[in-house]
Design a protein around this ligand. Sequence first.
Ligand SMILES: Cc1cc2nc3c(=O)[nH]c(=O)nc-3n(C[C@H](O)[C@H](O)[C@H](O)COP(=O)(O)OP(=O)(O)OC[C@H]3O[C@@H](n4cnc5c(N)ncnc54)[C@H](O)[C@@H]3O)c2cc1C
Length: 408
Amino acid sequence: LAPAYDVVVVGSGYTGLRAALTLARAGRSVAVFDKERPGHGASRRNAGFLGRTLKKAYVDLKATKGEAHATALYRDLAMAYESTLAFIEEEGIECHAVRCGRLVAATSPAHYAGLERELAGMQADLGLPFAMVPRARLREEMATDLYDGGAVIPDLGALHPGLYHHGLMAKALAAGVAILGNCEVTAVEPAAGRFRVATAVGQTRARDVVIATNGYTPGNLPWHARRVIPFVGYMAATEPLPPTLLAKQLPHRRTVIDSNLDIDFFRPAPDSLRLLFGGATANGLQDPAAIAALLHGRLRRALPDLADVKLSHVWTGQCAGTFDMMPHIGCHDGIWHGMGYNFAGVPMGSFFGLRIAQRILGLPEGACAFEAAAFPTLPFYRGNPWFLPLAMRYFAWKDARLARRRPA
Ligand SMILES: Cc1cc2nc3c(=O)[nH]c(=O)nc-3n(C[C@H](O)[C@H](O)[C@H](O)COP(=O)(O)OP(=O)(O)OC[C@H]3O[C@@H](n4cnc5c(N)ncnc54)[C@H](O)[C@@H]3O)c2cc1C
């Protein structure tokens, strides 16, 4: 460790690396510390879906907080999406980034109607394209009869998450960022107008500190740990499939999510003949065989042609929810943070990392609509989400309640 850096970043995922890269290119000395090996977190474990939506639907946000607020947030989401793709292209990061389109599969007729209402609202106010796919035409998009139609958002994208992270890390190293693995940050304290950063391998000082730990936020960062709800995401890959069988499942090679709050998601692997999918979020299972059995059941239900296909890989990663279901960027007691992505951290982590760096550099383009919101917590919450099973049951109840509603 050097005795001091201009900026110390805690966490080496998309958020931390994008901030570090921007700061280093502006001439700052920057160190990124990770508790594990660099890239240990969700940034190398995710599905690589690139979107521009929140858990809170645009039309609901507009109804509760007003059009100006909802529009400002969704414009920033669109910017996060576009700027991430533009960054990848400008930097020449080879990570299979494509605008493949996304199918949102409706889990009931009422979900289908809700989806149409939501997407029509976004099209009217924000000009975002979509096309409804009625049940009778769903097999043009996916080899399933499970869903009650869906909607295609033609310009959404996908990438290879590991290659994106690898490329980002190579750029950060080339810009002079010091990236240290096995370097757990154990405390950040103010010290004479700067910060003292204690780590497992010694201490250093920094003028600015960025906390970019999302679903891995530790208890020794108590203000942040009190505000994020860590939960486990599960994914699996099939064995390589015959090309015609894979092409039949998702003929347009789009990403797919279903319309539930607790989503199932599918995509063709960008670099092989496997199908990747995930779901059953935060179900409490830890044994890989049990996770595989659960996911395989869901795969068979959605894509019956794959009933006899084996899974070759199963893995988990930590995500972060928040009490208002919104991602948060900001500065508390002089320490910057970007976290709480609620499953949308590929574009949002990259974007918040960029914005945090711009704010540290004092650049006007660092302004971000998400920064205005207070970052809520609950009394007595210390970062142990004992209530998650209840929350997942609440989501399931909400999904079922909407499903029972008769579409207008
Ligand atoms: C299975 C799964 C699928 C997903 N699919 C998608 C998707 O398709 N699209 C999408 O947009 N998002 C998806 N996500 C979410 C997305 O991956 C995350 O939101 C994003 O990667 C978060 O990036 P990050 O840089 O903020 O944090 P991370 O990449 O999680 O990195 C945090 C890092 O902080 C480190 N750390 C923690 N404590 C300390 C400490 N005390 N000292 C030093 N280092 C520390 C950790 O070791 C970790 O490496 C998915 C997540 C999972 C788990």
